[in-house]
Structures are given as C-alpha cells and as structure tokens.
Design a protein around this ligand. Sequence first.
Ligand code: COA
Length: 151
Amino acid sequence: MIIRAETPADPAAIGAVLVEAFGGEQEAALVEDLRQDGALTVSLVAEIEGRIVGHVALSALKSPLCALALAPLAVSTTRQRQGIGSALIRSAIDGAGGLGATLVFILGDPNYYRRFGFTIETAAPFPSPYAGPHFMALKLTANDVAPEPVI
Ligand SMILES: CC(C)(COP(=O)(O)OP(=O)(O)OC[C@H]1O[C@@H](n2cnc3c(N)ncnc32)[C@H](O)[C@@H]1OP(=O)(O)O)[C@@H](O)C(=O)NCCC(=O)NCCS
C-alpha cells in the first residue's frame, strides 16, 4: 500500500470509495465541494496495486488559529481493519504539521481517534459550533494556543 496526495486523475475513484464506505453520497459531495472551492488543503489516498482503497481530507477551519479539520476519512469496505485508516490519519497529521498547523480538529468516535492522540479535552477550550462529545483535537505545537473560536 502507498499513501500519496490526490492527483487530477483521482476524484472519481475517491468519490466511489466515499460512497461505498459511507453508504451514501453526502461525504463524496462534501469532498467535491471542498475541491471545487480550493479548500481541500490536504487530500490523501491509499492505493493498493493501482487502485484507490482509502481517502482522507484536511480542510482549513475558520479561525485566527492555523487549525485544520480532518474529515472525512474512508476506507473501502473490503479493505477495512487492515490498518489503512490508521495509516491515512497518521499521514494526514504529518501533512498538517508540515503545513504549520497548530491544531487538527475532528468530529468522530473518541474510541477510534484517541489512539492517534485526539482528545475531547484538547478541543474543549475552543468555542465552536461543533462542540460536543465527538469534538476532539490534537495539538501539534508545544506552545500554548489561545482559545480562539474554530468554525
Ligand atoms: C473508520 C474507518 C475509516 C476505519 O478504517 P480502517 O482501515 O478499518 O481502520 P484501521 O484498520 O486503521 O483500524 C481498525 C480499528 O478501528 C476500529 N474502528 C473502526 N471504525 C471505528 C469506529 N467508528 N469507532 C470505533 N472504532 C472503530 C476497529 O474496531 C479496529 O479496531 P482494532 O484495531 O482494535 O480491531 C473505516 O471503518 C470506514 O471507512 N468507515 C466508514 C466511514 C466512517 O465512518 N469514517 C469515519 C468518520 S469520518
């Protein structure tokens, strides 16, 4: 398996993985909207033998902070539980760090995302419409970060 940035040839295959993994069109449409808006800050695919089997996106949140949202994450149903989702998340975190992001936020199941260092406690100080039991963050800087809103 390789993980690489999306290329102009990939959107259809990425959309197919998203529809399959989520069982609907909503997330594929979200990614396409972000792409069209130039807001897909990071878009990574997992590829096995030339076929795209997973995808993760990072987009900028509206905030004075350099904060990114990790979403959506999807792995083809036939390839789940093989570590592909984990590899995509770790690569996305590396990518966010490389871009100088101070925080990566995520809305998801804490049972899954805490293993990558995301915590509800890290996200809690930042006012956000996404605040709640699934709102988590990972801080990428050792410095203190002012609790500015993230939208
Ligand atoms: C979530 C998803 C990306 C995980 O991908 P994956 O390649 O199967 O993940 P990995 O193989 O790296 O990790 C599998 C582990 O995650 C756990 N896991 C997967 N989805 C989970 C969830 N929603 N909640 C809690 N744990 C979950 C599995 O139980 C497994 O745990 P184990 O290693 O202790 O057995 C994949 O299941 C998927 O595409 N799901 C549908 C779309 C979705 O819900 N995306 C996330 C929200 S944006």
